[in-house]
Design a protein around this ligand. Structure first.
Ligand code: CP
Length: 369
């Protein structure tokens, strides 16, 4: 598959090929977006961070995801139609950090779209282990693939990949599947799609509590950035002192007039919010990656079973997962429709399918099916 997309963008292409890594890295996120988006459709080509997304694209992704879900219910013609869409596209999924959901849902979405795929989950067996630079590794990946999905402990690995591919004659799209403690934009997209489904397409005007490890949680960081695309949103940050949301996100919210406040007790706010986004305390960062027995979660940041009685009738509980003890186990299978995190996992397949289809300009075919 040859898919370069520099159409109508010759000047952008020239600039992208000349810019140094240091200059590219130093640019603001919004200035960088012209080098990442499709210059004709204005949709993302590389997907690196949440700031690339506007309301039009978010609504489009939700609509395409919803339509693809419906198409797959037609087990014969619908599934065959989807499988024919990208049969000539070969994906390489390079996951240098552990993953269940992101890895499996990308793979499932690729399968639904008829794509071929190659997976690398152990970087110690690729030639980086022999001292190859990351830039050279990425160029090498692009020789054998048409799409690169990356999860990496280096928060800048995906930007480096997009920069080097923009200069190459095999400019294949790169999707960030989680970049260190920084961003997880496709998780944020599936969170938005989950809210879209939970609230009948109406996300505007909602208040979302984000709970737990907000300092190191890339999912909450990416979701917070997306809030600027919706009207009258409010955020409540519920975190221990040392794990509070970082100043870069707070400054962003202030610049975009998105009100937020902070508390250290979930019980105080559980009855006032429309969505509660629980997260795990990421104590692996405290131990340099060593796995000790995790400390029990502080009860002030735990979703207790009785909170179901305090929640608003229409409110939902989300969690990017994996989880430990931050949600009472009895909540998992209580049958309350407000427990949305199992659906959220499944929504990842359709969101990632919609995103890949949009990158390869197949979204209208899906919508018109
Ligand atoms: N939510 C999430 O990124 O899960 P995995 O780490 O299992 O991919």
């Amino acid at each position: 598959m040859e898919f370069q997309d520099w159409s109508n963008g010759d000047e952008i292409k020239r600039q992208a090929q000349q810019i140094s890594w240091d200059d590219f890295f130093g640019m603001g996120k919004s200035d960088k977006t012209i080098f990442l988006n499709n210059s004709r459709t204005r949709n993302p080509f590389h997907v690196l961070f949440s700031q690339q997304f506007n309301r039009r694209i978010l609504d489009l992704i939700c609509q395409v995801a919803e339509k693809a879900r419906e198409i797959r219910k037609d087990r014969r013609d619908g599934r065959r139609f989807l499988r024919d869409l990208l049969f000539d596209v070969h994906a390489l999924n390079f996951f240098a950090q552990p993953s269940s959901r992101t890895f499996l849902s990308f793979g499932t979405a690729q399968k639904y779209l008829g794509m071929d795929r190659e997976d690398i989950r152990d970087p110690s067996i690729s030639s980086e282990a022999k001292g190859e630079s990351w830039f050279d590794s990425v160029r090498t990946f692009s020789a054998y693939a048409d799409l690169l999905v990356l999860r990496h402990f280096d928060k800048d690995a995906v930007e480096k990949a997009a920069w080097v591919l923009n200069k190459s004659d095999r400019r294949i799209p790169v999707i960030n599947g989680g970049s260190g403690p920084d961003q997880h934009p496709t998780q944020a997209l599936l969170d938005i799609y989950t809210l879209y489904r939970a609230f009948g397409g109406k996300i505007d005007g909602k208040t979302i509590a984000m709970v737990g490890d907000l300092a190191r949680g890339r999912t909450v960081r990416s979701l917070a950035y997306l809030m600027k695309n919706y009207e009258d949103m409010q955020l409540v940050f519920v975190a221990p002192e040392r794990l509070k949301m970082k100043v870069d996100i707070k400054s962003f919210l202030l610049r975009h007039n998105i009100p937020f406040y902070e508390t250290d007790d979930l019980r105080e706010v559980i009855g006032e919010v429309d969505a509660t986004y629980m997260t795990r305390i990421q104590d692996e960062h405290d131990k340099g990656g060593k796995k000790d027995e995790p400390a029990p979660v502080d009860p002030r940041f735990q979703f207790k079973f009785e909170y179901l009685d305090l929640m608003r009738e229409h409110a939902v509980i989300l969690h990017p997962l994996p989880k430990r003890d931050e949600i009472d186990l009895r909540v998992d299978d209580c049958g309350d429709p407000r427990v949305a995190y199992w659906d959220q996992e499944r929504n990842g397949v359709y969101t990632r399918l919609a995103l890949i289809a949009t990158i390869f300009e197949k979204e209208q075919e899906i919508l018109n099916f």
